[in-house]
Design a protein around this ligand. Sequence first.
Ligand SMILES: NC(=O)c1ccc[n+]([C@@H]2O[C@H](COP(=O)([O-])OP(=O)(O)OC[C@H]3O[C@@H](n4cnc5c(N)ncnc54)[C@H](OP(=O)(O)O)[C@@H]3O)[C@@H](O)[C@H]2O)c1
Length: 279
Amino acid sequence: MVTGATSGIGRQVAYRLALDGATTVVVGRGAARAEATSRELAIASGNPRVEWIGVSDLADLSDGRRVAREVRERFPKVAILVNNAGAYYQHRETTRDGLERTFALNVLAPFVLTTELEGVLRTGAPSRVVQVASAAHRGYTIDLSDLQSERAYRGFAAYGRSKLALLLLTREFARRWAATEVTINAVHPGFVRSGFGRNNAGATARMIRVASALFGTSILRGADTPVFVASDPSVAGISGEYFVRRRTARASAASRDTEAAARLFDRCAELAGTTVATQ
Ligand SMILES: NC(=O)c1ccc[n+]([C@@H]2O[C@H](COP(=O)([O-])OP(=O)(O)OC[C@H]3O[C@@H](n4cnc5c(N)ncnc54)[C@H](OP(=O)(O)O)[C@@H]3O)[C@@H](O)[C@H]2O)c1
């Protein structure tokens, strides 16, 4: 199961997993696009088992929960969950739940999907969760008293902190799941020429487009490490790590703060209104 699979890195990850023969679930924005993508990937991969689930906005808690419910109803076992959907927002926006949008999409949505799919991941074990994070987490610290960036908002800082939060949650999930056969790891896909940043207008969007055209790597390469961590036999049993170019890498010191990780996890559970069973 891959979120954000209608375009960019996620689409290529879904294609590669389908090519490997997996029953692949495209989770994508807009039912028509998700369905069309699943059809195209089925033809391209020669694997007819490419399913789809449409979402309207994964940043809305209710949408994330509905996706999880649908997955549980349709697929009793999940072996791979790739939390890929994510975005950068130049200006502060809030979701229907009143949450800052970068945090809601890049942190809380994967948190909700991962917690709500824990049962089917356990049934599908040995199973893996892959969090598409970013090297952009470096240089930031987490402020648990201002997770919604209410005091000040700068787009790149909000994005960097959201990926730092994803790394912290990855470590905490791994700690809680240590006795299970469900592993969870984060990846940096590289600086990739994708649609990233295009949801913004003006100079920043242009700058991202120009920089990625000049210096970005292909979507093919961007998908390589997420697919490797999702499926390569050598990654079996490894959990709580951060991968760059297929290798475990040292993430920032702030992302290895176990106390902050536990507190952030509890805060996300409160915000998501979930009862977290794992300890
Ligand atoms: N590109 C890079 O250099 C880079 C570097 C490090 C990390 N990353 C991370 O890699 C992941 C994939 O990004 P990408 O580079 O492939 O960018 P992308 O081309 O913009 O793809 C992002 C995907 O997320 C989906 N998405 C965005 N907002 C959504 C929402 N509110 N609800 C549901 N789905 C939503 C998009 O759906 P649509 O198809 O509808 O737009 C798209 O499929 C992100 O988590 C990003 O932070 C990217």
